[in-house]
Design a protein around this ligand. Structure first.
Ligand SMILES: [Zn+2]
Length: 255
């Protein structure tokens, strides 16, 4: 954070939810009840039970409670593994179709399965988005490239080995150092959440929780989500924002 002055550094919490599906309406209601926000990343026409475009009605309900809806491509391909013209059509076509479906401009994008490289990042910016979210985790820093937006924690009980291998695979040294040095190297989601919130309130930055509603459903994680959202929303001194609002506040220089 650059601006210090006499006031406390700005502490933000945002959440994001990938792949669509029926459970997104439930997540949206749980967030709204607690004064929290989220960005929901939907693929528009993927042929897979995990990747389902919710109805216009669900979109309207989410948007009216202050949530954001972003694109997650048309078919949920791994973008680094397909030719440039297909990358472009996945980005451009999904944006246009989603805007038509929800009746609102779509600024946010999320890379399927976290697969991106320089070429994909630049194509996303060229397609007219304003931000793209990755799956680079264990991060709370605010000064990121808006097309490489990091996250903090996934709503899933990963073990320590997974945190380690994810960080190494993504060359996420900064996240790894934060995890070891500031989050006590724990895999316990409640302890991780507390440590990350402590740090965000202390030095400023963004706590970003993400997940998939199908994964909550398949693994019976709804009560874990409720407990974690209670824990987060009870914290004073935090601004609850969508992914787009994070970028507006921090990266674009607005307030
Ligand atoms: Zn996905």
């Amino acid at each position: 954070m650059e601006r210090r002055g006499g006031s406390a550094p700005a502490a933000y919490v945002t959440t994001s939810w990938d792949d669509g599906g029926d459970g997104d309406a439930r997540i949206g209601a749980m967030l709204a009840e607690r004064g929290m926000k989220g960005t929901f990343y939907w693929p528009v026409a993927a042929d897979h039970p995990h990747y389902q475009l919710p109805s216009t009605r669900v979109a309207t309900d989410l948007l009216s409670s202050g949530m954001e809806i972003g694109s997650h491509t048309v078919t949920h391909p791994l973008l680094t593994r397909i030719p440039a013209d297909r990358v472009r059509s996945e980005l451009v076509e999904s944006k246009a179709r989603l805007e038509e479906h929800i009746g609102r401009r779509v600024d946010a994008f999320c890379y399927p399965a976290g697969y991106y490289d320089r070429r994909v990042r630049d194509a996303t910016e060229a397609a007219g988005y304003r931000l793209a979210r990755t799956t680079v985790g264990l991060r709370i820093d605010a000064g990121f490239d808006p097309f490489l937006m990091p996250v903090t924690l996934q709503l899933f009980p990963h073990g320590r080995r997974v945190h380690l291998t994810h960080s190494l695979r993504r060359r996420n040294l900064r996240g790894l150092l934060t995890w070891v040095g500031r989050f006590h190297g724990t895999a316990d989601l409640e302890r991780l959440t507390d440590a990350a919130l402590d740090l965000v309130v202390d030095v400023g930055g963004v706590f970003h929780l993400w997940g998939h509603s199908w994964e909550l459903e398949e693994n019976g994680l709804w009560s874990m989500l409720a407990a974690l959202l209670d824990r987060i929303s009870e914290r004073p001194g935090i601004r609850h924002v969508t992914n787009g609002e994070v970028v507006n506040a921090l990266v674009s220089g607005g307030r």
